[in-house]
Write a protein that binds this ligand. Structure first.
Ligand code: C5P
Length: 218
């Protein structure tokens, strides 16, 4: 059994940045589970399915074959043998994932893959239901959050830095919508596990959050 660190929390709380740094410092493997939902989302979109077409998503999901490989320590996601990692951050993939991840068949599809990874390796796994559902016996559980305005501001700065023009209030609305979908779905909703440590990063630097988490690791 690997040593398991679970980091859950809402969109834009900085989970992936933090999880990656914790993994690097501790020599653990970083598993980005959002990428798995996004990978299936790309697969659904390529099949001509739109968000909301639940029956079609369930049917397509049955044949999907998702796997993970690591190249120079960086996670690569394959669907049907095709590496689709470069497409995961597309806006359309994120939108579709936000809808399709609420479908129980989609979550079921990815359950064993996530558990297998955590069994074989020491991992820092980030997502929405890692501490509550995927790895209920994780050695360390963190619930990482930040205020909506902080998360929107971070996202806004990130896009501006890339030269992508955007509207702050639109970003804030998108974040609120995604939170609400993740927290109110019936299957594995986003919530803090009873034994998770709550970290609100609104007024913390990345380094402070990383060292706070590392304090709890072996
Ligand atoms: O974290 P990220 O934004 O990459 O996740 C994409 C989508 O996948 C989220 O909107 C969320 O609904 C879903 N997700 C999930 N469970 C996870 C990870 C992500 O439902 N463990």
């Amino acid at each position: 059994m690997g040593y398991n660190v679970a980091i859950d929390g809402p969109a834009g709380a900085g989970k992936s940045t933090i999880a990656r740094l914790v993994a690097k410092q501790k020599g653990y493997v970083y598993v980005d589970t959002g990428a798995l939902y996004r990978a299936l989302a790309v697969y659904f979109l390529d099949a001509g399915i739109a968000p909301g077409e639940t029956e079609k998503i369930i049917a397509a999901c049955k044949n999907a074959d998702v796997s993970i490989k690591y190249k120079n320590g960086i996670q690569q996601v394959y669907v049907g043998g095709v590496n689709i990692t470069s497409r995961l951050r597309e806006e359309a993939a994120g939108n579709m994932a936000s809808f399709s991840s609420a479908i129980p068949e989609v979550r079921e599809k990815l359950l064993e893959l996530q558990r297998e990874l955590a069994k074989k390796e020491d991992v820092v796994m980030d997502g929405r239901d890692i501490g509550t559902k995927i790895l209920p016996f994780a050695d360390v559980k963190i619930y990482l959050t930040a205020s909506t305005s902080t998360r929107a501001k971070r996202r806004y700065d990130e896009l501006m830095e890339k030269g992508i023009s955007c509207d702050y209030s639109q970003i804030e609305r998108d974040i609120e919508e995604r939170d609400s979908r993740d927290m109110n779905r019936k299957t594995a909703p986003l919530k803090q596990a009873e034994d998770a440590i709550l970290i609100d990063s609104s007024n913390m630097t990345i380094e402070e959050v990383v060292s706070e988490i590392i304090k709890h690791c072996k």
